[in-house]
Design a protein around this ligand. Structure first.
Ligand SMILES: Cc1cc2nc3c(=O)[nH]c(=O)nc-3n(C[C@H](O)[C@H](O)[C@H](O)COP(=O)(O)OP(=O)(O)OC[C@H]3O[C@@H](n4cnc5c(N)ncnc54)[C@H](O)[C@@H]3O)c2cc1C
Length: 391
């Protein structure tokens, strides 16, 4: 079975790459271990919620995916308020100041996954192998040969690892990966709120972690509480009403009383920074290529930009140029390394800065936050980065 490109992993990032290449004339294979579950017909909400920046919403729109999503389940973010760990320090971002219509869109993972999956079914250049499991990868001079566990063998010019943080492709193509565990979990849950959220996102840097409120449509919000393991385990073990009270208090009662609508779930957090994103005939994208702390909600945004950039490099390559040419793939790597590293430095730096009990550092970080709030240029640059206009 001959293909130009085999993409392993049809999560949000792998599927978005396949869609970005839908009109490329390239013959694609998409390997996925498990098909996404169909969207439930009830009014339940996915616990996995992402803040997608406007640049990536446009990227998904270019392949017709974003516009096809049920917009009544997506909330725009117009303002964001961030507090330090003393009562006075705060940083405010507004779409108005940034000169954009919205800072981000809050959307369910399963809504986007379903939209991508449905869009892929109609693509004549994409052959989907699902459920399928990889068994062996061999990279030769002229092709990459991927064997599936069911005995099928796929030959291609390029294999893309979009298979998430435990990437099989990364391991079998020999990329060296040394993740650093944060020993924290991101506790996520959805609530209805008493007071209108007015499409504001909120974030509190606290002694026991970082709590974010993200607006969902109507009077609903989603939270991500990045907390050290013992605190995360304690939160998960609380009865529903007690959990609501803790989240409400930690959020300074900003939105009044909270009622749980999606039970809490937790995801362990880690940092992964690879020296290389490509090797001859192999490229990594999304969580296979990097893991960042979710405090800035940028993990899948970085992944979408990987997919966007790799698609650009492949689409703009010289006629007849081999898709797996290492020098071609290096263009993708160069274009992405700086952005990924910058985001990792910022998120890891903030994580370290706010997880330190030194009173001097506490004063400094809170002063820094308030100062940034008054430094128009710096604040504007931070906003432009977050909405995907820089990087
Ligand atoms: C608590 C928390 C909150 C977050 N919030 C945000 C946010 O607000 N905004 C944001 O941008 N990011 C956020 N992130 C990060 C985001 O979750 C990830 O960056 C994103 O899910 C990565 O997508 P992916 O497609 O690369 O990988 P995945 O979502 O892991 O998808 C990988 C796919 O590959 C498949 N697969 C795996 N192995 C194989 C194999 N061997 N063969 C075939 N298929 C395989 C899997 O089934 C899956 O479908 C958050 C993360 C956490 C933990």
């Amino acid at each position: 079975m001959d293909f130009d490109i085999v993409i392993v992993g049809a999560g949000l990032v792998g599927a978005s790459l396949a869609m970005a290449l839908k009109d490329s004339g390239l013959k694609l294979a998409l390997i996925e271990g498990r098909a996404p579950a169909p969207l439930p017909q009830d009014d339940s909400w996915d616990a996995r919620i992402y803040a997608v920046n406007p640049a990536n919403a446009r990227f998904l729109d270019q392949s017709g995916v974003w516009g096809g999503l049920d917009q009544s389940r997506i909330a725009p973010v117009h303002e964001m308020h961030v507090w330090g760990d003393d009562a006075a320090a705060r940083l405010d971002f507004t779409a108005y100041q940034a000169g954009v219509a919205e800072l981000a869109f809050i959307a369910e993972s399963r809504l986007m996954q379903d939209g991508l999956w449905r869009a892929l079914q109609g693509q004549s250049n994409v052959e989907i192998f699902c459920p399928a499991a990889c068994a062996a990868l061999e990279v030769a001079d002229d092709a990459a040969i991927l064997a599936l566990q069911d005995g099928r063998v796929l030959r291609s010019k390029l294999v893309v690892g979009a298979d998430g943080r435990e990437s099989w492709v990364r391991a079998h193509a020999g990329f060296e990966a040394k993740p650093r565990e944060y020993r924290q979990s991101g506790v996520v849950a959805n609530f209805t709120v008493e007071k209108p959220h007015r499409n504001c996102a909120y974030q509190w840097f606290r002694e026991d972690g970082i709590l974010a409120y993200l607006p969902l449509p109507d009077n609903k919000i989603s939270i991500v509480w990045s907390a050290y393991e013992p605190v995360a385990q304690e939160l998960l073990a609380l009865p529903g009403d007690e959990f609501c009270r803790r989240v409400q208090e930690a959020g300074k009662n900003t939105l009044g009383e909270l009622q749980l609508i999606t039970p809490p779930a937790a995801f362990s957090l880690r940092l992964l920074n690879l020296e290389h994103l490509v090797k001859p005939r192999v490229a990594l994208i999304g969580d296979a290529a990097h893991n960042v702390h979710p405090l800035s909600g940028q993990g899948v945004n970085l992944g979408f930009q990987d997919a966007h950039q790799l698609a650009q490099v492949l689409l703009q390559r010289e006629a007849q140029r081999d898709c797996g040419d290492h020098f071609l793939l290096r263009r993708y790597e160069r274009a992405r390394k700086e952005d990924i590293l910058a985001m990792q430095l910022v998120t890891d730096g903030l994580h370290k800065l706010f997880n330190n009990a030194d009173p001097l550092l506490r004063t400094l970080r809170n002063t820094g936050l308030s100062l940034t709030n008054h430094l128009g240029g710096l604040k504007n640059r931070l906003m432009r980065h977050a909405i995907g206009e820089l990087g």
